[in-house]
Design a protein around this ligand. Sequence first.
Ligand code: NAD
Length: 421
Amino acid sequence: MGVAQVQNELSVYQSMAARFDTAAEKLKLDEGLKKYLRTPNREIIVHIPVLMDSGQLEVFDGFRVQHSIARGPAKGGIRYSPDVTLDEIRGLAAEMTWKCAVVNIPFGGAKGGIICDPNQLSLGELERITRRYTAEILDYIGPERDVPAPDMNTNEQTMAWIMDTYSMHVRHTVTASVTGKPLDLGGSRGRREATGRGCMIVCHEALKRFGRRIDTTRVIIQGFGNVGSQAARLMYEAGYKIIGVADVHGGIFNTHGLDIHALIDYVSEHKTVVGFPDGESIGNQEILEQDCDVLIPAATESVITSKNADRIKARILVEGANSPTTPPADDILFDRGVFVVPDILANAGGVTVSYFEWVQDRQGYFWPEVDVNERLKHIQVSAFNDVVRYGEKHNVNNRIAAYMLAIDRVSFSLKLRGIYA
Ligand code: NAD
């Protein structure tokens, strides 16, 4: 559960379901189809025995939920966290289906998780957990079935272990079995920056709609991990003024703009933005409510709720994280005229370049970074325009428009295939 969910807002799954219901109703979706699309295809629960460094045997619980394979293999990240639940994974898996459909790439949706605290585990323990989890779900994954990727607390190394374990079992190297791998093992150029780059691309498009200039646009970013730090760096280099950044330990704020290159160096040494000399310290929730033009929540879910949505001052919200805004907060933001670029559009750069990685692995032919970035831009800009136009046509906000567009595409594929019922 997200931090703010404790304050009685909807869970990730409930939020997804509420938005799905609204969109499905507007689309006048058939009741049976609605029931089918709301339900995941498959939910796998595994219990993972792991020999700890102490010599003790420990058992961890893991999940993999495949929501849909209607448009192609299931696709989605794996997160390691002490708080991860099946319900959360179920919601995130469905969101992956909608995300892949919004950017129109040939994947379905999945998500995985293991209940563990990676900070308390040695590298060897993490490797053993990852390999045994992979072995437990092996029959259900693979380049044609379900392709995992990194998510919270998993990274390129985790993907290398999954790829190796999968390959050992099938007796040949299958680089396309996961994405987000190291470059030397069939990873794609540009994958590491892709989600942050995608956030920047949709932000540029949003600014164009308002006739705004990049160099006078003030940005605040919550989260300074893969998504937040890359978005900050790329946007800083593009000329945006990044006035606030926060991580799990706290935030820093400078109305004149932060030097993001210096901040990245500081974080690589101190492991947090806290204490960066060229800014004032600020709380990591408080930062969301500061005056700015663009707010990018890029940390965790349910940080913008009915409790703080009326205090958000940004004109544009670009959702780098998954599910950072709850449905009650959506309504408040919409009434206040905040232009929301919803998660399933804003952070789809990661899965789009994962798709490129999968394609490159299957072709055995790797593209220069400039081609990856150009193709990513083309897809994100088209998806942005599709969503905004859909919203205008149906008179709904961007979030519901993105859901409607995605559900429309997935149900069209299902109708073409026919439901094997
Ligand atoms: P990460 O683990 O690399 O970084 C997370 C960052 O958020 C860290 O800086 C952490 O300190 C910070 N954080 C955590 N809780 C916080 C809090 N309560 N307040 C402020 N900061 C907090 O994770 P990531 O890969 O950057 O992912 C961030 C979000 O983006 C997640 O919701 C993830 O599902 C989503 N996402 C990631 C990708 C990707 O390609 N990595 C793609 C799509 C969506």
